[in-house]
Design a protein around this ligand. Sequence first.
Ligand code: ZN
Length: 294
Amino acid sequence: MPALILPHHLRLGPARFMFSSNQLHCLLLLAAAVAVPSSTVAEEGYWPDGKTYCVTLTYDDGIPSQITHALPQLKAANLKGTFFSPGGVTYRWSQEDLDQVREEGHELAGHTILHPCARKNDWVKPGNASEDYDDARMAKELDENLANLIKNGVKRELATFAYPCGSTSIGEDNHSYVPLVKERFFAARGTQFGFEIPSQGEIDLFEVKTVAGHERDLAFQLDQIRNAREKQGWLVFMFHGVGGDHLVISTDDHKEMLRFLQNDDSVWVATFQEAAAWVKSKQSTAPSVTSIPE
Ligand SMILES: [Zn+2]
């Protein structure tokens, strides 16, 4: 006879001692009858504190408009973001800017120093293209990036990373440098479009998908949030300029996105590190399907 397994919310606590075994039997049958089959994920929820989905706001390249416009808007909405920035050729923050980002509770995260991207981009300086890198050069640069983060208060074992231009390969042979990132960082964001649904299976925490916040229009961006909510997913936005600089979202649209999130009780707005840590903890405790005996 198969064991009667009740979902969590129907399991009986100490109150069962108040019932005779007959009454208990009836109660169990009743409970089994009213238990509507649904997925464990939907019943217990994947995200912390009863939240339905997760959104992470990330800002790349350490550029002035993020200080001028993004920071005050994040503060007003009481939301925290992740800034992939310290060091680098794109980087134009002062130490004061860096201090402000950290002191306002945001995550500082890695993005290399020279921001190597493919040679085909006309703005890439000769000698600094991703094709010009070998493992030793990239390892040295990642170490320098990590050292900058640690100097600015980031815990070594929790530092996260975003691949410049989303490219995970270096050298003329375009080989992957993900192993070098894995040796040094906790998790990494790629630039592959989309959002993750970690409740449906293991995700790659070293190439987390993203949606570029400057693309199309506000309606498109809000639709991405609604899609993630519907699927109980993890949506990582990638911003660059906010009301200025490159790959720009207007200050109005950025503000509206934050307002949407601020007014939605079902969303967990978490830094990249916080969300990755949550997913990692779930992945490491989840039973492997193949390990369940027949
Ligand atoms: Zn970048």
